[in-house]
Design a protein around this ligand. Structure first.
Ligand SMILES: [Zn+2]
Ligand SMILES: [Zn+2]
Length: 175
């Protein structure tokens, strides 16, 4: 990804330009610099303490996504992001400094964020929680009626047979 294009690319991904996106880009830059690019065994994990703008900036920049299970949202309403490197558990927690905005309008604030270095914007702290466990892939079992694989926790047992929910409803209609 060309450095100059980064912001435009992320804006295209996100759908609009906003201070939140700028904050996430800067947090991601610092995390990538400290922990590496994050692929394969070097996978990064992010715990975000805000759900601002869907954390699209983090998802785009670091490849930590909700779908992959390596982006965890904790809606604490804090502008804080903890990044871990899976392979050795090294982690940093980035907390946006207070009073950066100083009455700036939204666009001026966004521009100020984008031209600041990450170190000017974030306090770098120790993680306050352990490295999250890997996303758990649940075993699939075969429904004894339709024969289709189904997540085990969503099956029902009846007379020694395992059923998916649609089949279970077929053989035991609800009142
Ligand atoms: Zn936004
Ligand atoms: Zn079935």
């Amino acid at each position: 990804m060309g450095k100059d294009n980064t912001y435009d690319d992320v804006v295209a991904f996100h759908g609009h330009s906003c201070p939140g996106l700028a904050i996430e880009i800067k947090a991601s830059e610092l995390a990538l610099r400290e922990l590496g690019e994050g692929d394969g065994d070097e996978e990064l994990v992010c715990v975000s303490e805000t759900d601002m703008c869907g954390v699209d900036g983090i998802q785009y920049m670091t490849n930590c996504t909700i779908g992959k299970g390596n982006l965890i949202l904790r809606d604490y309403g804090k502008m804080a992001f903890t990044f871990f490197r899976r392979v050795d558990g090294k982690g940093i927690r980035l907390v946006l400094k207070d009073d950066l905005k100083r009455g700036m309008e939204r666009d001026a604030y966004r521009d100020y964020l984008l031209k600041s270095s990450p170190e000017e914007l974030f306090d770098v702290k120790e993680p306050n929680e352990p490295l999250p466990a890997r996303a758990y892939r649940e075993a699939s079992v075969r429904c004894s009626r339709c024969g289709e694989g189904t997540m085990e926790t969503l099956t029902r047992n009846l007379d020694g047979q395992v059923y998916c929910l649609p089949c279970f409803r077929e053989i035991r209609p609800q009142r």
